[in-house]
Design a protein. Structure first.
Length: 441
């Protein structure tokens, strides 16, 4: 069994790969590949166990993060976080943190960790000198293979959203509070690390990516790509719930359809399904609850009772109803509803389906207002009595469009003429004014 000459315990919150690189540097190896080769002679279930056998008496338990892209050092995260949330190819770092302490923080290895919540600076994944992407297969922790110090550069200020995500991730990983105290009094701050990363990937992916599968993000190990996703998720969390509502609007826009006329599943795509399946656990209630609230306030598309994922109150009291439901409430034909929408009597929107059928929704408020008005409609006999005119005079007013029907043979095919009480009263007022004027002359 080989024993390393220089042996030491990991620093608090140190990355597994970062610790191995520091161990390699202190033992004079030319790169981490030398330690990888040395580990091939040791026995163990993984690379960390093999290295542990070369460090008798030391515990490596505090380490977090996976080791990948080696032959003998590859190790799953000791904390059992899924491999998809670790960035093992392109190391990132905070210039100021590395200058203060020559060790690699485990949080930097998380795929969506793009900003340091301590120094409010963006993480780098390239050398400030040669500009080449960093690699774990180098000799020194704080130097690039080109010889340039990784800390000799100016930090770039991160956005508040990027910092918020960095604070949430650092806190969930270490158990210590990072960033503003208010961040940790939110539902997001209560999520465990894996749940937090899943939510960030889900929301950030849909907000920043218009691909068919928004959460399947290519090149996420590059900090520039990860920053777009983290920033989008951070904006949703930082200004809750307004930021989340804006994200939902963005998801709708990214789908590219007319958002006034689609079903929820067509408008939100898999986002809607995933929200109620992948994120069905109690800790994600706040995401589903605010989505329900958004639908209740802003959704103008169809919403049927079969949308059982939404609350009963939202389904029953939704502000927009299908054309057929409006027709039933008004006891008229569906085609009549289309006419009433077209002439502005009802507030609604329509669209043609792929099959050529007209579909759409109508404002519940406008339907109720019209139903109230319809209850006061007059027959031709009622209108004649109010206006005190003969049948012959009434038909003359009809032909000249002075007396305009809202229902009848030429309007909706019904057998009985109907007139708006409001218009009849307005016509009577006009006739009275005309009579008074004639009397004065």
């Amino acid at each position: 069994m080989t024993k390393l000459l220089v042996r030491f315990a990991p620093m608090p919150d140190e990355s597994t790969t970062g610790y191995l690189l520091r161990l390699s540097e202190c033992n004079g190896f030319s790169s981490l590949l030398d330690l990888d080769l040395l580990a091939s002679d040791e026995h163990g279930v993984d690379g960390l166990a093999r290295v542990g056998s070369m460090l008798p008496g030391l515990s490596l338990q505090p380490l977090r993060g996976q080791v990948s892209h080696f032959r003998h050092l590859n190790t799953a995260d000791p904390g059992r976080l899924s491999a998809k949330y670790w960035n093992g190819r392109r190391p990132r770092y905070c210039l100021e943190c590395l200058a203060e302490r020559p060790g690699w923080r485990a949080a930097w290895d998380l795929t969506l960790m793009v900003a340091c919540p301590i120094h409010r600076a963006r993480l780098r994944d390239s050398c400030p000198g040669c500009k080449q992407p960093l690699s774990w297969k180098r000799r020194f922790v704080s130097l690039c293979n080109c010889g340039r110090s990784l800390t000799e550069a100016a930090s770039e200020t991160a956005t508040d959203a990027e910092i918020a995500v960095g604070a949430y991730l650092s806190s969930a990983l270490t158990g210590e509070a990072f960033g503003e105290p208010a961040l940790h009094r939110t539902n997001v701050g209560l999520l465990g690390l894996q749940d937090l990363l899943a939510a960030c990937m889900f929301l950030g992916g849909y907000a920043s990516n218009n691909a068919a599968k928004p959460t399947k993000i290519a090149n996420l190990d590059e900090v520039s790509v990860a920053t777009a996703t983290a920033d989008a998720a951070g904006r949703a969390f930082l200004d809750w719930p307004r930021g989340y509502q804006e994200l939902l609007r963005m998801v709708c826009r990214n789908r590219g359809a007319d958002n006034s006329c689609a079903r929820l599943t067509a408008r939100f795509g898999y986002f809607y399904t995933a929200l109620y399946k992948r994120f069905a656990a109690d800790q994600f209630d706040f995401l589903r609850r605010e989505f329900d609230s958004y639908v209740s306030r802003e959704w103008v598309g169809q919403l049927a009772q079969r949308n059982r994922r939404l609350s009963q109150a939202t389904r029953r009291q939704h502000a927009w109803i299908p054309l057929t439901s409006a027709a039933k409430l008004l006891r008229t034909k569906r085609d009549t509803i289309l006419v009433l929408i077209a002439d502005g009597t009802l507030e609604g929107q329509t669209h043609k389906t792929a099959a050529g059928r007209t579909s759409g929704t109508v404002s519940r408020c406008s339907v109720e207002a019209f139903r109230h008005e319809k209850a006061q409609w007059m027959t031709l006999a009622d209108a004649r009595e109010t206006l005190q005119i003969s049948r012959k005079r009434a038909y003359a007013l009809l032909r000249s469009h002075v007396l305009r029907p809202v229902g009848g043979p030429s309007v909706d095919g019904s057998a009985v003429w109907r007139f708006s009480a409001r218009e009849v009263m307005a016509l009577m007022s006009t006739r009275s004014d005309a009579t008074s004027t004639a009397d004065r002359h």
